[in-house]
Design a protein around this ligand. Structure first.
Ligand code: FES
Length: 88
């Protein structure tokens, strides 16, 4: 099982390895709009990139090569394994 930790509240959620994180993030209070990687509403910061799926083309287009090192879009990410700490 993989785990999300929301840094603002300390809340932790377990997910199957390989799961999309959007629903868990929405339940933790993160705002969403387009859900397609276009609007940027769901951008969060993390230092645990290695445990997330690689950036999608939509994330690269919006955030840039540099931006995706710290910021990701919750509507585009899957968690691969382990712990991902999320700040939004
Ligand atoms: S909800 Fe629009 S980019 Fe994720």
């Amino acid at each position: 099982m993989a785990q999300l930790r929301f840094q603002s509240t300390g809340e932790e959620v377990e997910l199957e390895d390989g799961s999309p994180i959007a629903t868990a993030c929405e339940e933790a209070g993160m705002p969403f709009a387009c859900t397609e990687g276009v609007c940027g509403t769901c951008i969060f910061e993390t230092e645990d990139q290695e445990n997330l799926s690689p950036p999608t083309q939509a994330e690269l287009d919006f955030l840039g090569e540099h931006g995706v090192r710290r910021e990701r879009m919750a509507c585009q990410c899957k968690i691969k394994k382990g712990l991902v700490r999320i700040s939004f």
